[in-house]
Design a protein around this ligand. Structure first.
Ligand code: ZN
Length: 230
């Protein structure tokens, strides 16, 4: 019965709206610095484009981008405002780290922060972001098992900017569920050599797409539970 309700929810559900945010250039960092022969802006853009194609192949997603070309400057607040206007079910921020450790990390707002005089995000966005980030993380980790180390799901506050503001600027201004993926670390030679390969960029895009599908299923099962009065 529960399965039937969930299936009905899947069949009736409208497209899951994903706002893909290829990180940088922003007001803080152009992302043009070279690590192991790669720039973060270029890696983020390449994988984001592959992710869009992958989601289109899978079907059931409505997709927008926060920018229309690799080197376009978009401030972090504006990125959130684009996701808000799109009424995204998931504002997915694609980044690559610059830490010694190998692996991927997911950040989401576990608490409110303050930037440019604004306190946010709302309690509801915090709660929904946490649920979607957990589902996304499990699917991504399963896909990358034995390929890249899983560095876990963390609060924004554990990120560099988040530790100063309480949350990332893109989270503070978001009125929709938001999470940021650090796909790997470009300053780690193993990771840089891995993501440099087009086949691995595609592998990363597939892992992110499976994360989106898991987030969609988590959002739908929550909605059908509400409809069922559970
Ligand atoms: Zn970044």
């Amino acid at each position: 019965m529960v399965i039937g309700v969930v299936l009905a929810g899947l069949l009736l559900a409208p497209d899951f709206r994903v706002c893909i945010d290829p990180g940088h250039p922003s007001e803080l960092n152009d992302g043009f610095g070279v690590s192991n022969g790669l720039t973060e802006t270029a890696v983020n853009w390449k994988v984001s484009v592959l992710l869009k194609k992958q989601l289109e192949r899978m079907g059931g997603f409505a997709i927008t981008f926060t920018k229309s070309s690799e080197k376009q400057l978009v401030k972090n607040r504006e990125r959130a405002e684009i996701a808000n206007r799109f009424n995204a079910d998931l504002f997915l921020r694609i980044h690559a780290d610059a830490v010694p450790q190998s692996g991927f990390t997911i950040f989401y707002p576990k608490a409110q922060g303050k930037a440019q005089g604004k306190v946010g995000p709302s309690r509801q966005v915090i709660e929904r972001s946490g649920r979607l980030a957990a589902a996304f993380h499990a699917a991504m980790a399963a896909e990358l098992k034995g390929v890249l180390p899983d560095r876990g799901v963390k609060g924004d506050i554990e990120s560099n900017i988040g530790s100063k503001q309480g949350a990332l600027t893109g989270s503070i201004f978001s009125t929709v569920p938001v999470m940021l993926v650090e796909m790997c670390s470009l300053t780690n030679k193993h990771d840089a050599d891995w993501i440099r390969q087009p086949v691995n960029q595609q592998k990363m895009a597939l892992a992110l797409a499976k994360g989106c599908a898991a987030a969609r299923d988590a959002a739908i099962s929550r909605a059908t539970q509400r409809l069922g009065g559970r």
